[in-house]
Design a protein around this ligand. Structure first.
Ligand SMILES: Nc1nc2c(c(=O)[nH]1)N[C@H]1C(S)=C(S)[C@@H](COP(=O)(O)OP(=O)(O)OC[C@H]3O[C@@H](n4cnc5c(=O)[nH]c(N)nc54)[C@H](O)[C@@H]3O)O[C@H]1N2
Ligand SMILES: Nc1nc2c(c(=O)[nH]1)N[C@H]1C(S)=C(S)[C@@H](COP(=O)(O)OP(=O)(O)OC[C@H]3O[C@@H](n4cnc5c(=O)[nH]c(N)nc54)[C@H](O)[C@@H]3O)O[C@H]1N2
Ligand code: SF4
Ligand SMILES: [Mo]
Length: 708
């Protein structure tokens, strides 16, 4: 591209947001100004369209609230009173404070905190790892999203991309399991809709009638956290009714006998009591799924958000092998296609630089760590935060805020705006945005490499994340190559360009074309496990796994520190009840009888855009969906202000009385800023881990609702 038309130049872009779609974009630039951002019409998944969040992405670059200069705090923590300083003063302050802390406590007194706020290889999730590993800082374990799922996936089928999201076009039976694709995976949803038009039956398994569930042919609504029981009962029906593909099972799976034994007790009647789904519906679902090939399942991240979530994901991931769905193009299960992207995480993150015995703190337990509720070898005295906004996104918010208010804590936040987290910083650093920096954008939702051109200068004195680390590394005298590479050189080193998946693709090709499909088969011929070939230690689909010794570490070793499932791993998948439920904790359930789920907002991207007036208008103010029966018994009228609370905290929202939720369940979507609202959904969520991979438990959460 890059063709001037009336002095407008077009450049290839990639959406840097935390979204599986990783859209390929066109940046239009005139006189050094970004004037329009569009979806790339040539990209088979983007298809020329962006989502509602990004449709005016150029405006975000010029938002009047953008951070333009480094600033230091001049009022009390949280008061948002900051004063401009120079980059030299900012960097000198950081280095001086850190050197003092290192002398007194050692480098582990410093902790980085980051996530996928930027999904670039250079400026994204792992961008600061090499720097902080070299510093010897506390390792930040980042298990916000997908780590229970990844552990379950690796245990069962190994690091495979599974069924190609584009191959869903060939499916005749599509199950979208705990994923609100219309809002969160729009560019896959287009394909599902097309398949539906061609006659595929689309079933959505979701604990409430999401936008996606409303467009399905059939919506199945298990109680939150009970999907494991549903999947096990499906196995029961498949096995007992002779719907197993015995030839596939015999050749390409391990542990069928043990699995069948367990499934034998998991009757539909048993599952009905747990899930709330009529036994007859469970039978029908299992029969349809097993007898309508090709059958494809799309696993949503939300499936892992309860104590037994990962065991449930293991169960669902076993289903395709049981019925031989993998034999067909468009059959199988889709988790994160990123497993077949040839990134060199060891080069990006440099885990070899982590000093032996370094302590690890999980970002979900940031509040507990800052308040000394978790035993740490070295207390955290300084936090550097970028690409994440834990005050809105991490659980137990009130504890995080109490921690961030500690006078002895030196907090640095790099961001685009004074986020809820930046509000508590001692120093804020202005970060560059999408069109202002070169990168390749990782995708966990498709099989394309995506390039992003730097085509405008950042405003004010904003700089890309990697430049912050380069400048700090220079001041600290770090000599490793990582800290000397330009962003372009990083890209040369960060991808295994010689991998078979990259055949015929290099950085120049990407610069010219913007995106490239990996060489892993086409959507019309890819059936990676037609004849087994699972990248597990046995080469087979593992219904049965014996302890951690059979575990294959994936490419994100540092990204997912919490991976090790441990020797006490249940060798089989199964149903594990919620930690917070009437069965497991009746006293708690008596006090807080409603199970809240807090999925993504349609109009926001996590907390991004939830400070932009037009986007709030589109999304609406914080609401709480509640069933008429639950509203009536609390005297709650439509649109009333309600308070949602439990022992961890409270937030307020507007009641929407609807049968979209079943009695006993309430829904409030995520992302709203605390500084603009009375609390957020994460004031009430728990920092307890799920059963594997230190996953989140946002859906395993009991509350009470009352008039506000
Ligand atoms: N209750 C509940 N909580 C949840 C979830 C849920 O479903 N329910 N979902 C969880 C999940 S799946 C996730 S992934 C996490 C997400 O949690 P976060 O990763 O914290 O998500 P964001 O709120 O988008 O925060 C990203 C921040 O990075 C900033 N940023 C973006 N790009 C850049 C950049 O290039 N440089 C710098 N320095 N900053 C940048 C943004 O402005 C924003 O403030 O939330 C989790 N929290
Ligand atoms: N618009 C928009 N898009 C986004 C994001 C965003 O914030 N906004 N965030 C991005 C990120 S970081 C991620 S991880 C993805 C996540 O995308 P999704 O995987 O779609 O995650 P959620 O929207 O949190 O939840 C999906 C659905 O799962 C349901 N659910 C919750 N708990 C359960 C349960 O226990 N069982 C069942 N069966 N259903 C349950 C919820 O009701 C919800 O409709 O979306 C990405 N895309
Ligand atoms: S947020 Fe997702 S759907 Fe929207 S433009 Fe970015 S990658 Fe595409
Ligand atoms: Mo996420």
């Amino acid at each position: 591209m890059n063709t001037p038309v009336d002095s407008v130049q077009t450049f290839h872009g990639g959406c840097p947001h935390d979204c599986p779609d990783t859209c390929s974009m066109e940046f239009k630039v005139r006189d050094g100004r970004l004037i329009e951002v569009k979806g790339n019409p040539e990209h088979p998944m983007t298809r020329g369209g962006l989502c509602v969040k990004l449709k005016d992405y150029e405006k975000r670059h010029y938002h009047p609230d953008r951070l333009l200069y480094p600033m230091k705090r001049v009022g009390p923590k949280g008061s948002k009173q900051f004063e401009r300083i120079t980059w030299d003063e900012a960097l000198d302050t950081i280095v001086n404070r850190w050197q003092g802390l290192i002398a007194e406590y050692g480098p582990q007194a410093i902790m980085p905190a980051s996530y996928l706020g930027n999904q670039g290889l250079v400026h994204g999730l792992n961008g600061g790892d090499a720097f902080f590993n070299r510093l010897g800082a506390t390792v930040c374990e980042r298990t916000f999203c997908g780590e229970g799922s990844c552990t379950a996936w690796l245990l069962t089928v190994g690091p495979t991309a599974g069924v190609d999201p584009e191959s869903f076009i060939h499916a005749k039976y599509i199950v979208i399991w705990a994923c609100n694709s219309v809002s969160t995976n729009l560019h896959h949803w287009h394909i599902v809709k097309e398949a539906q038009k061609k006659g595929a039956r689309v079933v959505v398994v979701d604990s409430y009638a999401s936008r996606t569930a409303k467009e399905a042919d059939w919506h199945i609504a298990p109680r939150p956290g009970t999907d494991g029981a549903l999947a096990m009962a499906m196995m029961h029906v498949i096995i007992n009714e002779g719907l197993v593909d015995q030839d596939y099972v015999d050749h390409y799976t391990v542990g069928y006998r043990e699995l069948a034994e367990r499934a034998n007790t998991c009757t539909p009647a048993w599952a009905e009591k747990i899930t709330g789904i009529p036994a007859e519906d469970i039978r029908r679902f299992a029969r349809e799924y097993a007898t309508t090939p090709p059958a494809a399942i799309r696993l949503g991240v939300a499936l892992e958000r309860s104590y037994g979530g990962s065991q449930a994901i293991r169960a669902v991931t076993c289903l395709p092998a049981l019925i031989g769905a993998w034999r067909h193009v468009g059959g199988g299960v889709l988790q994160f296609p990123v497993w077949e992207h040839p990134y060199r995480f060891d080069v990006i993150s440099r885990p070899d630089l982590i000093p032996e015995g370094t302590q690890v703190v999980n970002i979900l337990q940031l509040g507990r760590a800052l308040l000394g509720e978790i035993a740490l070898k070295t207390p955290i005295k300084s936090l550097m935060i970028w690409n994440t906004n834990p005050v809105t996104q991490s659980p137990e918010t009130d504890k995080i805020i109490a921690g961030l208010q500690r006078e002895d804590l030196f907090t640095i936040v790099a961001d685009h705006f004074i986020s809820d987290t930046a509000a508590y910083a001692d120093l804020v650093l202005p970060a560059a945005m999408g069109a202002e920096m070169e990168d390749m954008i990782l995708s966990w939702g498709h099989l394309y490499l995506t390039y992003n051109t730097k085509c405008i200068e950042p405003p004010g004195e904003a700089i890309p994340n990697n430049e912050i680390f380069r400048r700090l590394a220079k001041r600290l005298g770090f000599e490793e190559d990582n800290f000397k590479w330009s962003d372009s050189e990083c890209l040369e080193h960060y991808v295994a360009w010689d991998a078979p998946a990259c055949e015929g693709i290099d950085l120049n090709y990407l610069r010219e074309h913007g995106f490239a499909r990996l060489k892993v088969g086409t959507k019309d011929d890819r059936a990676p496990h037609k004849a087994g070939n699972f990248p597990t230690p046995t080469g087979k689909c593992m219904f049965y796994v014996e302890g951690a010794k059979n575990f294959v570490a994936g490419p994100f070793r540092q990204m997912y520190e919490g991976f090790q499932p441990g020797e006490d791993l249940d060798p089989l998948p199964g149903y594990v009840p919620n930690r917070e439920s009437a069965d497991t904790n009746p006293a708690l359930a008596a006090q807080y009888p409603l199970n809240i789920i807090s999925p993504k907002s349609h109009g926001f991207l996590n907390s991004c855009y939830a400070n932009v007036a037009e986007k709030i208008k589109g999304q609406g103010e914080q609401f709480v969906l509640i069933n008429p029966a639950d509203a009536d018994m609390r005297g709650i009228q439509e649109s009333a202000k309600v308070r949602v609370f439990n022992g961890r905290g409270a937030f307020e929202g507007e009641a929407r009385i609807t049968r979209d939720v079943n009695p006993g369940v309430v829904v409030a979507t995520l992302g709203y800023w605390r500084q603009l609202n009375n609390g957020t959904v994460n004031c009430i969520s728990a920092a307890e881990f799920g059963d594997m991979g230190h996953s989140t438990t946002f859906s395993d959460n009991l509350v009470q609702v009352e008039l506000g």
